[in-house]
Write a protein that binds this ligand. Structure first.
Ligand code: GDP
Ligand code: ZN
Length: 350
């Protein structure tokens, strides 16, 4: 293995220079398992664990390595394992709110160049969802590419492309059929220079099938689903950082797959677009839709155009978002204080 095949580039070379001078070697995280990491280095595969010092400096979940990260390591005596000392700056990252009541960020994939937003050209086709995926991708720092899959099931492809283009102006759109082996060679350009691609898309749209086609061998298990109701068995994925035989890297983590579920719950908020439109028509810009005169929302409820329980759900969601924001702000302040305390302490110990 050479570092270039793993996605190494000049930006990383620069960031790594200081570590290199100290005798560290560079490794890419291929899999995470309870603070143990499978790493790819120039000399092959190795297991890595973070050092006590690393743990001391890490405050948040986001400070820990994730699949796709580049880390500076040293081989442990005996050569069985490596110690992870630092994470090189991320070029892009996908994160989600960590589980529980915690609002800290959990990184689920790092250093992704391109994201394939996979959407099936069947009953599941949904432009609003594509819009959501685009937002997530822009936030991550990676470049989106829209893949319309299962073209063999669609009779009005041109129409669907036109629909997509209304929400994704300037984003490349590719139509593929893994079943018929169509459109796949067009995707090769995204793997040139050993770039890293991740996949985003609802369950059953054909991500595993696409990975297998790109790899040229069945390495991810494909679940059988019935096209009519979309039901099927669960997929178990075994590889998370996949080196394609022809060059290029694919990232497919359970986290990325869950992100889709999480996002589809989130996209509920999208269905409140009608309420926000009504609110725009209220007489007062800061209308709280309580008892203000000229409230378009209240009058829509009164004349039956808007369901009152729907409006209450909307208010509830708004309150939750506001709460989360306050909590985030408070947490950020506490963290900053804590961090300062730690650095002063570390200084004194020196
Ligand atoms: P994933 O959940 O996104 O990884 O989806 P899978 O790759 O597991 O595919 C789900 C189902 O869609 C399987 O039954 C596949 O055989 C089927 N499938 C995948 N690609 C195509 C395609 O191009 N055309 C058709 N008709 N079915 C496909
Ligand atoms: Zn109002």
């Amino acid at each position: 293995m050479n570092l270039k095949a793993l996605g190494w580039n000049e930006r990383l070379e620069e960031a790594f220079a200081a570590y290199k001078a100290e005798g560290f070697i560079a490794a890419r995280v291929a899999l995470e398992h309870k603070e143990m990491y499978q790493l790819y280095t120039e000399s092959g595969e190795t297991l890595g664990e973070i050092t006590g010092n690393f743990r001391f400096r890490a405050y948040d979940r986001e400070d820990y390595p994730a699949v796709g990260d580049w880390v500076a390591v040293k081989e442990q005596p005996g050569g069985q394992k490596a110690s992870i000392y630092a994470i090189l700056p991320r070029q892009s990252k996908f994160s989600r709110k960590a589980a529980g009541t915690d609002v800290s960020e959990q990184i689920i994939a790092a250093n992704v160049n391109t994201v394939f937003l996979v959407n099936a050209l069947n009953h599941d086709f949904n432009v609003r969802r594509i819009e959501r995926y685009l937002t997530i991708t822009w936030e991550s720092g990676a470049n989106p590419v829209i893949i319309l899959s299962k073209a063999d099931l669609c009779a009005d492809i041109e129409e669907k492309i036109a629909e997509v283009e209304t929400v994704a102006f300037g984003v490349p759109v590719h139509v593929i059929s893994a079943a018929r082996n169509e459109g796949l060679e067009e995707l090769e350009r995204y793997f040139q220079q050993n770039e890293t691609v991740a996949l985003l898309g609802s369950s059953g749209v054909g991500k595993s099938t696409l990975i297998n086609r790109l790899y040229g061998e069945d390495i991810q298990s494909v679940k059988e689903i019935r096209e009519d109701d979309g039901r099927g068995r669960h997929t178990t994925t075994h590889r998370e950082l996949i080196l394609l035989p022809g060059g290029g890297i694919l990232i497919d983590t359970p986290g990325m797959r869950e992100l889709q579920l999480w996002e589809s719950e989130e996209s509920l908020s999208h269905s409140f677009a009608d309420i926000e439109e009504l609110a725009d028509q209220c007489r007062f810009r800061d209308c709280r839709h309580e008892s203000e005169p000229g409230c378009a929302v209240k009058s829509a409820i009164e004349d039956g155009h808007l369901d009152e329980s729907r409006f209450n759900n909307y208010l509830k969601l708004q309150r939750e978002l506001a709460f989360l924001e306050r909590k985030n702000n408070k947490k950020a302040r506490l963290e900053e204080k804590e961090r300062r305390k730690r650095t002063t302490k570390a200084h004194r110990q020196k």
